[in-house]
Design a protein around this ligand. Structure first.
Ligand code: TXA
Ligand code: MG
Length: 350
């Protein structure tokens, strides 16, 4: 058994038109190796779904708790049949509307899907990514690929090749670097198991988009509500930068005033950074202010948050102050990740 603590990782750099170069990556996966690959959301750390020793390596390499199940990535609807025991009419409508794309659906699983994938649940999470490199890799591999985000557990998810290299170089067989992920936050995870469609993790397929297709109300899973189980992964501290972060939510000008107040109060020896929306940057009295993107373009903010959190680590700051944005549409996914990055340090000034 190779030593996964120190191994040679092949870095394959390509653009979206070079999927002809993916054959060695597909071969590694077929042989039970680990390959990090781009998707339209974030980079994934893949292993074929039906090789238990490969699956266990994913958990070992990431330091991922065994009770956090994996999403299985497919290229064709044919592959879905081998994984799930039933596709409901509602699921079919969502598949037609959003696949390939950033929506993960929870299905009752086929008996032979390994409990390592599902963390012992009787359901399996499946998605069909739209990124051309992911699609071609899945097609050439010919076997569905289980893949969590390609970060060490607890760190911000990777949205660029260098983020993956930072976390996983020397620990896996191959990293495919194909540039920046377009969505920048992980897929929306939706459960159709209960009486009401329930979002277990918000993402760039928004509640409003799901309601439009289903023509019924869709709900967010409440924390700790036993009737609407959360995605098990959501209970862990996630997406965390190294420095402590405070998220300030509420009315825009009050948010700015509150962050300026916190900056004025802190010790002069503290290196603080503010993550500010573009419109507010000039209002802050601080050396380091990073641009989240415009309040009018929340999808740009979604694409930047993980990169900015990792950049805060690079700057070796002592304290991070983050502006909240309205939790509508894609804003729900952004706020969900920022609250976790802040580890519950949230000030509301509305
Ligand atoms: O965009 C994405 O979904 C990315 C890319 C790589 O596809 N993947 C990703 O995987 O974010 P991961 O492992 O970081 O997050 C998977 C989430 C976790 O919160 C996990 O608990 C939940 O999906 N999940 C997986 N299987 C589940 C199941 N059977 N029931 C409920 N939640 C499940
Ligand atoms: Mg993750």
């Amino acid at each position: 058994m190779p030593n996964y603590l120190a191994m040679k990782t092949t870095i394959l750099t390509l653009d979206e038109t070079q999927s002809n170069l993916l054959e060695p990556a597909a071969h590694i996966l077929q042989q039970g190796g680990l390959v990090a690959f781009p998707t339209e959301t974030v980079y994934g750390l893949g292993a074929i779904y039906n090789n238990e020793s490969a699956l266990l390596k994913i958990f070992a390499v990431k330091g991922r708790p065994a009770d956090n199940p994996l999403i299985v990535h497919i290229w064709s609807l044919e592959q879905l049949k081998g994984l799930v025991s039933e596709v409901s009419p509602k699921a079919e409508r969502l598949i037609n509307a959003f696949w390939p794309g950033p929506l993960t659906l929870i299905f009752p699983k086929q008996p032979d899907v390994s409990p390592i994938v599902t963390a012992g649940l009787d359901t399996v999470a499946v998605r069909m990514p739209s990124h051309p490199v992911a699609r071609e890799l899945l097609k050439q591999t010919g076997i569905a690929v289980a893949a969590p985000s390609a970060n060490l557990s607890g760190r911000p998810s990777p949205t660029r090749g260098p983020h993956v290299i930072e976390d996983l170089d020397g620990k896996i067989d191959m990293i495919i670097d194909a540039g920046m992920c377009s969505a920048g936050v992980e897929s929306t995870v939706l459960s159709l198991a209960g009486t009401e469609p329930t979002i277990l993790r918000p993402g760039s397929v928004t509640l409003e988009m799901l309601e439009q297709v289903l023509q019924e109300r869709v709900y967010f899973a409440g924390p700790g509500n036993v009737d609407r189980p959360q995605a098990p992964g959501m209970k862990y501290r996630h997406y965390a930068p190294k420095a402590p972060a405070i998220l300030v939510e509420g009315e825009n000008l009050r948010v700015v005033a509150e962050i300026n107040r916190l900056l004025a109060e802190q010790s002069p020896h503290i290196k603080a950074v503010v993550l500010s929306t573009t419109e507010n940057i000039s209002y802050y009295h601080n050396e380091w202010v990073l641009d989240l993107g415009s309040r009018n373009e929340p999808s740009v903010i979604a694409g930047r948050i993980y990169d900015l959190l990792r950049f805060c680590d690079k700057l070796a700051v002592d304290q991070i102050y983050i502006e909240g944005i309205p939790a509508q549409g894609i804003g729900a996914a952004i706020i969900n990740r920022l609250r976790k990055a802040a580890g519950g340090n949230i000030i509301n000034v509305s």
